[in-house]
Design a protein around this ligand. Structure first.
Ligand code: ZN
Length: 310
């Protein structure tokens, strides 16, 4: 078992429309856009990052908006629901707000003893808000959402799997402990994480595999503090038989990726160097930032990428 994982780092999903995506996360959910860059592997596509004031690991939702991409089909082998943490007693505020703004798919439920409000993103993305007690993380204060209601970061993510056993084993190896079980859902929790400490596994035997597209999660990233810990995690995963990519420089963190049993793509990302490495904290997310390898494409990208107005 390894002990370097600190919780979630970010969740990256696919969208159809950059402007609509930006509006949903900044104006409906009240997150801060902390980076406007491009997909380093496909620079004609934006990579938009939303989070708290500085993009703290465990609070970062990111998107690749791809015009004309088909809608995803939900199924197994994916992150089904990305769950944000909000303060206790704030769900009535969110219910009114999301209803008033025409957000679709609002559902109220209690799972593992916690109240949750499910809703859909602009491409049908599966989201929920859960009231999390004792969450000391600071929200972004630049939105119109009261501080005692605003999103603190992730609460959890729910993985949908045809057979959960191998994933249970992997999560245990990564330092998570299975703490609860409710119907077809198992809860795994890190004892001392960054606040985004929970992974739920939803068992769906016989269900069709998901088809990736607009509204689906591309990958889920777990946090480590630094590159040394990342190398230790990489070595441990390789020793266990996982096929893990080399360390990749993503400018704002270093990343390794591996495909998990059941199909979900996992990443392990560092907290260093952070989203303020190339922008002043007061102006995070405002300018189009390009990695060195794509800097020569700036003129073309600024012409061809769809404009985003805040
Ligand atoms: Zn990632």
């Amino acid at each position: 078992m390894i002990d370097q994982i600190k919780g979630l780092h970010h969740v990256t999903s696919l969208a159809s429309d950059a402007q609509q995506n930006n509006g949903f996360f900044t104006q409906v959910l009240g997150l801060r856009r902390i980076k406007k860059t491009v997909n380093f592997d496909r620079p004609e596509v934006y990579h938009l990052y939303y989070g708290d004031a500085v993009g703290t690991p465990g609070a970062v939702m990111t998107y690749f908006p791809i015009p004309d991409i088909k809608r995803a089909r939900a199924g197994t082998g994916e992150v089904g629901t990305t769950v944000f943490a909000v303060p206790e007693e704030s769900l009535p505020y969110w219910q009114d707000r999301l209803e008033g703004l025409g957000v679709e798919g609002l559902t109220e439920a209690v799972r593992f003893g916690e109240r949750r409000l499910g809703f859909r993103g602009p491409d049908g993305d599966g989201f929920a808000l859960v009231e999390q007690a004792g969450d000391s993380r600071k929200p972004w204060e630049g939105s119109d959402i009261p501080g005692d209601c605003a999103i603190r970061g992730f609460h959890s993510a729910t993985l949908r799997l045809g057979a959960p056993e191998a994933m249970a084993e992997l999560l245990s190896f990564m330092g998570f402990e299975q703490t609860e079980s409710e119907g077809s859902n198992q809860r795994f929790r890190l004892a001392a994480g960054n606040g985004a400490d929970i992974v739920d596994v939803s068992s769906m035997p016989g269900a069709e595999p998901a088809v990736e597209g607009a509204g689906s999660v591309h990958h889920i990233a777990f946090a480590v503090d630094n590159r040394q810990q990342q190398l230790e995690v990489r070595e441990a995963l390789v020793d266990t038989g996982y096929s893990v990519t080399p360390v990749i420089d993503r400018d704002y963190f270093w990343a390794i990726y591996f495909r998990t049993p059941g199909g979900v793509l996992f990443e392990v990302a560092t907290a260093e160097p952070g989203f303020d490495r190339d922008e002043d904290r007061a102006h995070l997310g405002e300018a189009l930032k390009l990695p060195d390898q794509h800097a020569h494409l700036r003129e073309q990208l600024e012409r061809d990428l769809p404009p985003i107005t805040d």
